[in-house]
Design a protein around this ligand. Structure first.
Ligand code: NAD
Length: 341
C-alpha cells in the first residue's frame, strides 16, 4: 500500500475479517488511520484459524470485532455512518462447491451480499468494495483475462462469485442509489496466513513437515499468484478512488505453474517438496492470468511483490527459524516478524 496514504477519519466495515485476506486488510486500514468494524461468523474463542488471523487486531485501537452471521444479522446498526464497506466474507474454494455444501455457498456468497447491499444503500454508504474472483472467467486459452471478456465460470463457486459481483453492480446502478460498488476479481492470493487448503500453503507445509503434497493435474496448471499485500493495496485504493461502479482484475499479471512454485521452494530451502500426484478435480481451470491495465489506470495501483519474495515471506511466517537461502548468493535471511499495527 502507498505508505503515504492516510485514511484518518475513514470509518470502514470489513466483512470476513477473521479470514486470510480480510484480516490483512483490516490491519492495513488501521495502520493507515481508519476505524474498522470487523464482522465474521467465526469466533476467535472457538476457531483456531480465526484466533490466529485476528491475533494482532483484537487489541488494536480503532478495531471493533462483531461475531455475526451475515445471512441473518440485522446489518443497519453496523453500516450506519460508514464510509466504505469492504465485503470479503464468503465461502471460498472451487472443489467443495460441487458437493452438498452448495446451499452454504449460495447463502453466504449471494444472499449475504444482497443483504449487505440492501443495508448499504438504505443507509447511504458511499462505497462498497466486494471481493470477486478470477474463477468467474472459467477456462481460458492462457492469455490474460480482461474484464470485458464474457464470464463463463466452470464451478458452482465461480457462479456464486459472479452472482455476488453482479448483485452489487445492480444495486449500485439503480437510479436512486447513493452507493457505488467496485468488484475486484482477485487472482490466487497467497502470503502469510494463507488458507490451509490453498496450494502454496500446502506446498510449504509439506516441505517443512515432510508429509506428501497432493498435487493435482501433475502441477502443470498455471496461476497468476498475487501477494496479499498487493491485493490489500488494490482493495484500499478501490475504497478511496473516485471511480464509478466497475469490475477490476487484481492480479500480479504473471503466470507461474505449480511446478514453478515447487522449484522456487526448493531453491529457498534446498530440499524438494515430497509430492503425490493425484487426478484432476472438476472445475480446476488450466490457467489464470490477469490483465490489470484497468486497475493500474483507475486505482493508480501496481503489484510490487515477486513470487520468490512472497513465498519467502510466507515460508518465514510458517517457520521463523527455517534457514532460507537467497537465490543470488546463498546467504541466510533474517527471521520473519509480523508488522505491528
Ligand atoms: P477465508 O475463508 O479465509 O475468509 C472468508 C471469511 O468469511 C471467513 O472468516 C468466514 O468465516 C467468513 N464468512 C463466510 N460466510 C460468512 C457469513 N455468512 N457471515 C459472516 N462471515 C462469513 O477466505 P479468503 O481467502 O480470505 O477470501 C476472502 C474473499 O476473497 C472471499 O470473498 C473469496 O471468495 C475471495 N477470493 C479469494 C481468493 C484467494 O485466493 N484467497 C481468490 C479470489 C477471491
Amino acid at each position: 500500500m502507498n505508505p503515504l496514504l492516510s485514511l484518518a477519519g475513514q470509518r470502514a466495515v470489513v466483512t470476513g475479517v477473521a479470514g486470510f485476506i480480510g484480516s490483512h486488510l483490516a490491519a492495513a486500514l488501521i495502520r493507515a488511520g481508519a476505524a474498522v468494524i470487523g464482522i465474521d461468523r467465526r469466533s476467535p474463542h472457538h476457531d483456531h484459524a480465526a484466533a490466529t488471523n485476528l491475533a494482532a487486531l483484537l487489541d488494536a485501537p480503532n478495531f471493533t470485532y462483531v461475531t455475526a452471521d451475515l445471512r441473518t444479522e440485522p446489518l443497519d446498526q453496523h453500516v450506519r455512518d460508514v464510509d466504505v464497506v469492504y465485503h470479503l466474507a464468503a465461502i471460498p474454494g472451487v472443489r467443495p462447491s460441487w458437493g452438498t455444501r452448495f446451499e452454504d455457498y449460495t447463502a453466504c456468497n449471494i444472499l449475504a451480499t444482497q443483504r449487505i447491499m440492501h443495508a448499504a444503500t438504505q443507509l447511504r454508504v458511499p462505497r462498497v468494495v466486494v471481493a470477486s474472483s478470477s474463477s468467474v472467467y472459467g477456462s481460458t486459452d492462457g492469455s490474460p483475462s480482461r474484464e470485458s471478456d464474457p464470464p463463463r465460470p466452470s464451478s458452482p463457486y465461480g457462479v456464486t462469485k459472479l452472482a455476488a459481483e453482479q448483485l452489487c453492480l445492480a444495486h449500485a446502478a439503480r437510479g436512486d442509489s447513493p452507493t457505488t460498488a467496485v468488484a475486484l476479481r482477485y487472482f490466487s492470493v497467497y502470503g502469510p496466513r494463507q488458507r490451509p487448503d490453498m496450494f502454496i500453503q500446502r506446498a510449504l507445509t509439506a516441505t517443512l513437515t515432510g508429509r506428501p503434497l497432493l498435487l493435482f493435474g501433475h502441477g502443470h496448471r498455471r496461476r497468476d499468484f498475487t501477494f496479499v499485500d498487493d491485493v490489500v493495496a488494490a482493495t484500499i485504493a478501490a475504497g478511496a478512488a473516485r471511480t464509478p461502479s466497475t469490475v477490476l482484475n487484481v492480479g500480479a499479471g504473471v503466470g507461474a505453474s505449480l511446478r514453478n512454485v515447487l522449484d522456487i521452494i526448493h531453491q529457498l530451502v534446498d530440499r524438494p517438496t515430497p509430492v503425490e500426484v493425484v487426478s484432476d478435480h472438476a472445475g480446476d481451470v488450466d490457467a489464470t492470468l490477469a490483465d490489470t491495465t484497468s486497475a493500474q489506470h483507475l486505482l493508480n495501483w501496481h503489484p510490487t511483490v515477486t513470487l520468490t519474495e512472497g513465498i519467502t515471506q510466507q515460508l518465514r511466517s510458517l517457520d521463523p527459524t527455517v534457514s532460507i537461502l537467497t537465490t543470488n548468493n546463498n546467504t541466510s535471511l533474517a527471521p520473519f516478524t509480523q508488522p505491528a499495527i
